[in-house]
Design a protein around this ligand. Structure first.
Ligand code: PXP
Length: 250
């Protein structure tokens, strides 16, 4: 029997409901309605990334989420003074600090914590004091994990993008090597007392090996679920992801 650290939560990222809305600049599809439906469908949390350029989620979406959600909001943000002020105003359950480049299509890599240790330590201190659980989005790299621990983060989220890309491109040796790295590093992070989450690019095909890591307590999944909801509907798309996660833990 595997000794799991705890139950595995599913955080549903609703950014791409806003992407579709913003393509026409109107009011629908409404990310808030999606968040409420995800909540009813058994999501354990909602994740939303307020990007500097507001390309998907907007400030008004965050206001609305804070008002209507009964499950925790995981507020993803870059380490900028503007985002820190917004987080301190709302005090969401969790903030996840992610790297952000304007030209990227999505969050391409993990945060460089080791090089920015002092600035990040100062940056997250007020967020922790405000009661937010601070999570740092990083690659499965020992140096970054140690640095995240030193700066006082309570949580790390491992970037599963490289693993998922290798899978979809048929580079199976790379995929398996990345999976092994994540397995080792989730155990290492847990041994330091960090809570371990994972996410980015996960699909029905790639979720199970990651969900099976005993130290992982939360997966944050968005793009695939929102895409799949076109075919299945949002609640069934979430239910299928939940079923696969549970199957992996069995
Ligand atoms: N976790 C983090 C920290 C992210 O930045 C993202 C993407 O915004 C996700 C999870 C979800 O990734 P995806 O939308 O590819 O499932």
């Amino acid at each position: 029997m595997t000794d799991y650290v705890g139950a595995l939560r599913l955080g549903v990222n609703i950014d791409h409901v806003a992407t579709v809305r913003n393509a026409r600049g109107g009011a629908y599809p409404d990310p808030l309605r999606a968040a409420k439906l995800a909540q009813e469908a058994g999501a354990d949390g909602i994740t939303a990334h307020l990007r500097e350029d507001r390309r998907h989620i907007t400030d008004a979406d965050i206001d609305g989420l804070m008002e209507v959600l009964e499950i925790p909001l995981n507020f993803e943000m870059a380490a900028t003074p503007e985002m820190q002020a917004i987080a301190l105003r709302h005090k969401p359950h969790a903030v996840c600090i992610v790297p952000e480049k304007r030209e990227e299509r999505t969050t391409e890599g993990g945060l460089e914590v080791a090089r920015e240790e002092n600035q990040l330590a100062h940056f997250i201190a007020p967020l922790r004091e405000a009661g937010c659980r601070v999570s740092i989005f990083i690659a499965a790299d020992k140096r970054q994990i140690e640095a995240a621990h030193r700066i006082g983060a309570q949580v790390i989220e491992l970037h599963t993008g490289a693993y998922c890309d290798a899978h979809s491109e048929g580079r199976f040796a790379d995929r398996d090597a990345e999976l092994e790295r994540m397995r080792e590093m989730s155990a290492f992070a847990h041994s330091l007392g960090l809570e371990v989450h994972a996410g980015h690019g996960l699909t029905y095909e790639t979720v199970k090996p990651v969900a099976a890591f005993p130290e992982i307590l939360e997966l944050n999944i968005g793009h695939f679920i929102i895409g799949e909801s076109i075919f299945l509907g949002l609640a069934p798309a979430i239910a299928e992801m939940r079923r696969l996660m549970d199957e992996a833990r069995d």
